[in-house]
Design a protein around this ligand. Structure first.
Ligand SMILES: Cc1cc2nc3c(=O)[nH]c(=O)nc-3n(C[C@H](O)[C@H](O)[C@H](O)COP(=O)(O)OP(=O)(O)OC[C@H]3O[C@@H](n4cnc5c(N)ncnc54)[C@H](O)[C@@H]3O)c2cc1C
Length: 354
């Protein structure tokens, strides 16, 4: 075997795992992003770090450099219900940051004992005796083959590793299209918002002010996603949102878990972490904390040389899966107009502005 562990994907989940694994393992990590700079793959993201992700940073003794932060830091999420016209202000303690710089920073923390292949695209994973063969295209465009005992799928919403391990589930896992557009900021007061409109989506939409840009995005069912996005923009323009000519448009698949069994942790020496496992909050689409947490759990399982690592990882992620299930229930309540109206009308936790 060339390697003990192959990690496919170095977003927050893969980079964290690569950092936390015991240096005695022979590890290869593949990622389609370049080592640095602004070219190549960028993960579309709101770039908000939730408190649970901040807690993972405390546990993992990480401090975030200020050059990852963006302006301004906002503590209010203005919540719109377009069905009833209700608007409420809820306090949140998100950290506003630049996602691409964040991903490159996490990647830079991977110890030199790990063989990192940047600009590398994993094409295929095949079973061999005692392990797996990974086929990938390296940064020079040349096909490479390596063998490994364990494979970790940290390759996000469209995970190749998950599709390989669970071919029969691939059509059942609910996936939406996330669309985000960036505009030059023209609002007098930068703000965050969360928008519910059941005519546009049974998930939700959002806006974020970041470094003089205004980002508007939403997660939509695949059918007519672009049309729904544009219709929602027209409705929000009437609410005072200012959309000028978009500077850029981003689009990607986002996992929108719906049932407990939408969370897959892997089997047969293949492990799934982060969004590849379906670990993302259905109520907020916050996923970085679950990427960090699942990577930390798997690192402990593998570092302990557990005789049944798949079973152990499955069991130890139970609290995480339970928490994510509670987010599914919360999402069902928030996206149901009747319950949402009741909650927003109650004014509980709403902060009145002057
Ligand atoms: C529009 C949008 C906004 C979001 N906003 C937020 C937010 O504000 N806060 C938050 O906490 N969460 C947010 N999320 C969720 C969050 O981005 C994800 O849950 C999180 O990135 C998951 O981390 P990950 O490491 O599991 O996967 P990813 O971040 O998706 O990383 C996977 C990595 O795998 C690599 N990769 C994929 N396939 C291959 C391959 N075949 N070969 C080689 N490399 C590969 C890619 O380079 C990628 O970097 C948002 C999601 C979307 C879609």
């Amino acid at each position: 075997m060339d390697y003990d562990i192959a990690i496919i994907g170095l977003g927050p989940a893969g980079s964290t795992l690569a950092r936390l694994l015991n240096p005695s393992f022979k590890i290869i990590a593949l990622d389609k992003k370049p080592v640095a700079g602004n070219d190549g793959f960028h993960k579309p993201c709101g770039g908000l770090l939730a408190t649970d992700a901040q807690k993972a940073f405390i546990r993992q003794k990480l401090n975030m450099p200020v050059d990852i932060l963006t302006n301004p830091q906002i503590f209010n999420v203005k919540t719109y219900d377009l069905q009833t016209g209700l608007i409420r202000n809820y306090q949140r303690t998100y950290v506003n940051f630049d996602r691409h710089t964040f991903d490159l920073w996490l990647k830079s923390l991977i110890p030199t004992t790990v063989t990192v292949q940047h600009n590398a695209l994993c094409k295929e994973i095949g079973r061999i005796i005692d392990g797996y063969q990974i086929i990938y295209i390296d940064e020079h465009g040349i096909e490479q083959k390596v063998t490994t005992r364990y494979v970790v799928g940290a390759d996000g919403a469209n995970s190749l590793v998950r599709r390989m391990r669970y071919p029969n589930h691939k059509h059942k896992l609910r996936q939406y299209i996330a669309i985000q557009q960036w505009f030059h900021e023209q609002h007098t007061l930068p703000f965050y918002s969360c928008i519910f409109d059941n005519e546009a989506t049974n998930c939700y939409a959002w806006s974020i002010s970041k470094d003089n840009y205004f980002i508007f995005g939403g997660a939509f069912p695949k059918k007519e996603a672009h049309q729904r996005f544009e219709t929602l923009k027209t409705k929000l323009a009437k609410q005072g949102f200012i959309f000028s000519q978009p500077v850029k448009t981003e689009k990607c698949t986002v996992v929108y878990p719906n049932r407990l069994r939408d969370f897959y942790t892997g089997n047969a020496d293949v492990f799934l972490i982060g969004e590849a496992a379906g670990f993302i909050s259905a109520s907020s689409l916050e996923g970085i904390s679950y990427a960090l947490d699942s990577a930390e759990i798997l690192s402990k399982v593998l570092n302990s040389h557990h005789p049944k690592p798949n079973n152990c990882y499955y069991k130890r992620t139970f609290p995480l899966r339970l928490k994510l299930y509670s987010k599914i229930l919360k999402a069902k309540i928030l996206t149901t107009p009747f319950w949402r109206k009741l909650i927003m009308k109650s004014r509980i936790k709403h902060i009145k502005t002057n």
